[in-house]
Structure formats: structure tokens, C-alpha cells
Design a protein around this ligand. Structure first.
Ligand code: FES
Length: 147
């Protein structure tokens, strides 16, 4: 395996589960919070954005559905655990999460996993193309202050 990506699970109706080292930052900040792995909110209702606080259960968030693999990057590999290089996840103000690298997405609705280069991931809960952002955060006037 090469160390050029990270693994993200987005199955079920819960958060994006990042299973590789990451640094989470806001769009204009240089630094950020480093973590060995993280659960990132994608329902839009966490009081601890961009991290999950379990709010998806309270609002009965529904995110299941097939991942659109037509945007997948062929020939890329991802790794996990201590071998993985840190990926930077940028939380854009009132908008999506941007992953700066190759992401291996696994989840329900498709077999195995697929790789995506620098994907923009929905964190407002309103995208019609989950787990990706489709711009719906503007329509619902999504608010996400700070991280
Ligand atoms: S962040 Fe949800 S559609 Fe863009």
C-alpha cells in the first residue's frame, strides 16, 4: 500500500468516520486540530462542528444511499493507521468540508470502496448527492461558525 490517502466511512445515517490521521482547520487558518481519526458531522446539527456530537440521532438524519462512483479516481490507493500520511480537512465557512488528498470512501450502497481526489463533502445534511456537496448549503442558508 502507498501512503497517499485516507479512509473515510460514510455508511449508515451517521457521521463521516475518518480512519486515518488528519488535521482539521478552518478555511483561513494556518493550523488546526490534529487527530489520529475523527467522526465529522454531516447532518449539520452538531453543536461541536465540525465534529459529530450525536445530534444525527436526535433529528433522525437519513443519509443512506449509493455513493456516486462516477467521480472516482482510478488507480489510487489509500492506507490506514500509523502508515497513513496526515490529510488536511478544511471546514469552509457555512459550507462543505474539503479533503486535501486522495480519499477512499466506503459505505452502503456500493461494493467495496472507491477513491476520490480532493473531494468536497457535505456537512449541512441537505445535499442530494451525499456524501458530496452539491451546493444545497446555500439554499438552506447553512450556518457553521468557527470550526
Ligand atoms: S455542505 Fe451540504 S450541500 Fe454543500
Amino acid at each position: 500500500m502507498t501512503a497517499d490517502g485516507c479512509i473515510v466511512h460514510c455508511g449508515g445515517d451517521g457521521p463521516l468516520l475518518v480512519r486515518s490521521p488528519l488535521r482539521v482547520r478552518i478555511a483561513e487558518a494556518e493550523d488546526g486540530i490534529e487527530k489520529p481519526k475523527a467522526a465529522l458531522c454531516r447532518c449539520g446539527k452538531s453543536a461541536n462542528k465540525p465534529f459529530c456530537d450525536g445530534a444525527h440521532r436526535d433529528i433522525e438524519f437519513r443519509a443512506s444511499g449509493p455513493i456516486d462512483t462516477t467521480r472516482a479516481v482510478p488507480g489510487s490507493e489509500a492506507t490506514s493507521g500509523s502508515e497513513a500520511e496526515e490529510i488536511v480537512v478544511t471546514a469552509h465557512a457555512n459550507g462543505p468540508l474539503h479533503f486535501d488528498g486522495v480519499v477512499e470512501l466506503s459505505g452502503e450502497g456500493h461494493d467495496g470502496s472507491a477513491h476520490f481526489r480532493q473531494p468536497w463533502m457535505c456537512r449541512c445534511g441537505a445535499s442530494k448527492n451525499k456524501p458530496f456537496c452539491d451546493g444545497s448549503h446555500k439554499e438552506i442558508e447553512f450556518q457553521a461558525e468557527g470550526l
